[in-house]
Design a protein around this ligand. Structure first.
Ligand code: HEM
Length: 158
């Protein structure tokens, strides 16, 4: 999946903005991950039902380790996407992982709107986490990386 305009489109500075903000958040990844998904469920309550580990669990949402792990995956994989975009101009994920990722999201009924809401919640969470460090440039860098990661996943959701 090539980035429009070639390699220079996602710059070293943009990669830096993504990694800088994630480095700030990652020591409290569980807490931010929870906030992130609570925002998603606030906007799209029905999304909760898709997660088997929420349906099948008696523990409170706040205590659910698998929910926090999924949230962290979204953060970490978006960061990795940023690194790859800067390095090669495309999101590089091992084909077998991508196939699995696409298959799982298709199977559980994740649609475009879920990815959209999740993007919004992701940006809001980072904004809250980094405070005064938040800039339009940081927002754009995360948006672009997330967009390309999702596009890669979607190629395996048909
Ligand atoms: C499962 C990553 C977006 C819902 C997973 C898994 C990963 C992952 C790594 C585990 C796959 C496995 O079983 O091996 C991501 C990434 C995303 C993303 C990187 C965005 C860039 C979303 C969105 C939703 C969603 C937007 C819905 C709101 C789910 C569900 C599962 C899942 C329902 C299966 C959970 C279960 O086992 O019950 N995702 N995800 N994901 N994801 Fe995502």
């Amino acid at each position: 999946l090539k980035v429009e305009g070639g390699e220079s489109w996602f710059t070293e500075e943009e990669e830096g903005l993504v990694s800088k903000s994630w480095n700030l958040m990652k020591k409290d990844a569980g807490e931010w991950g929870l906030k992130f998904f609570l925002k998603i469920f606030e906007i799209a309550p029905s999304a909760q039902k898709m997660f088997s580990f929420l349906r099948e669990s008696n523990v409170a949402l706040e205590q659910n380790a698998k929910l926090k792990a999924h949230a962290k995956s979204v953060f970490v994989m978006t960061c990795e996407a940023a690194v790859e975009l800067r390095r090669s101009g495309e999101v590089v994920i091992r084909e077998s992982s991508l196939k699995k990722l696409g298959g799982v999201h298709l199977k559980y009924g994740v649609v475009d709107e879920h990815f959209e809401v999740t993007k919004y919640a992701l940006l809001e969470t980072i904004k809250e986490a980094v405070g005064e460090m938040w800039t339009p440039e940081m927002k754009r860098a995360w948006s672009v990386a997330y967009h390309h990661l999702v596009a890669a996943i979607k190629t395996h959701m048909k």
